[in-house]
Ligand binder design. Structure first.
Ligand code: RIB
Ligand code: CA
Length: 321
């Protein structure tokens, strides 16, 4: 059993990650969901996180609102992909479960301080909440089991030629986190662009016949249009699912110790992650690792398995992978 906090900006692929995390209660204990502006405004993001928890039948999940802006950069969103409300393609009712009153940053700090076992921070968004938490309580750096972050890229970005979206929205936050040398696993675009939907895969998802499957298929179909037009992908890259997949089935990913830095220069390089796995560039005891390979078919099969958890007859069972 691994205890995690999911820090996210749903966003369709964040929604898949959240549904995956909730589909494996015998493997992952979700301590809470912290939210951050990114794919859409913070108000939509924490609303969407609660919509997805209610879709999963989990009104008990604690959802926290985090920072409503990046440390320095002006607001950027991904409405071109996720729509103005952040969940294009879904038709979910407004949530009735409450938003927690505590700020996400304070929840992160308190949870790390009180955890019996070190927590894993599964992060699928701009990394502002963690950066602010580290500035407010530097000692938490030693309390984190590891951060698994979808972000950055080895090579071409997506929001700009140089930068991946989560790094680009708040490059200064990423620089803060990297400077504190917390244990970090980075899953970049070079990996997540391989985990892409296909027509047969979408048909298998829809064939599950649940509301979860219908909603996820609706989201991924809409988001796929942007990925096909902008990046010549064959379908929708389910970026954030890779974070939870790496926790559920670590064997699907290959890692290398890495030196990671980020450009904070206000020019064409802004948000670019500069990654080297060369031994000469590594610290004595590397704290950062980058995913170098993924079994994309295995991840896509895992996503279908996780979504199948939401068939009524399965929800009572404990699912293994
Ligand atoms: O670049 C992909 C990342 O940006 C994903 O986390 C997606 O949800 C968007 O936030
Ligand atoms: Ca995201």
């Amino acid at each position: 059993m691994r205890s995690i906090i999911l820090d996210c900006d749903p966003g369709g692929d964040d929604a898949v990650a959240l549904l995956m995390a909730l589909s494996a209660p015998n493997i992952l204990e979700l301590k809470g969901v912290t939210t951050i502006s990114g794919n859409a405004s913070l108000e939509w993001i924490h609303t969407n996180a609660r919509k997805v928890c209610e879709l999963a039948g989990r009104r008990d999940v604690r959802v926290f609102a985090g920072c409503s802006s990046a440390l320095l950069r002006p607001a950027v969103n991904a409405s071109f992909c996720h729509g103005n409300d952040g969940l294009a393609g879904a038709s979910l009712p407004m949530p009735t479960m409450p938003l927690e009153k505590q700020h996400a940053v304070d929840f992160l700090i308190q949870s790390l301080e009180e955890a019996k076992e070190p927590l894993t921070l599964a992060m699928t968004a701009p990394i502002t909440n963690l950066a602010v938490a580290l500035c407010k309580a530097p000692h938490i750096a030693d309390l984190i089991k590891e951060v698994v972050w979808m972000g950055g890229a080895i090579g071409t970005g997506n929001i700009t030629p140089a930068a991946e979206f989560n790094a680009y929205v708040d490059p200064h936050a990423l620089a803060v986190v990297l400077s504190r040398k917390v244990p970090l696993r980075m899953i970049g675009l070079h990996i997540t662009h391989q985990v892409t939907t296909s027509t047969p895969w979408m048909a298998r998802l829809r064939a599950q016949g649940t509301n979860v499957a219908r909603q996820v298929a609706g989201i991924l179909e809409v988001e796929a249009e942007a990925d096909k037009a902008r990046y010549n992908l064959g379908g929708r890259a389910i970026h954030d699912a890779c974070v939870i997949a790496s926790l559920l089935r670590p064997e699907l990913f290959t890692w290398a110790p890495a030196s990671i830095s980020v450009s904070t220069e206000d020019n064409a390089s802004l948000g670019a992650t500069l990654v080297s796995t060369y031994p000469c560039h590594l610290d004595e005891a590397p704290h950062a690792y980058v995913a170098t390979q993924v079994d994309a078919h295995g991840v896509l099969e895992l996503i279908l398995s996780c979504m199948a958890f939401y068939r009524q007859e399965d929800q009572k069972q404990v699912v293994g992978f």
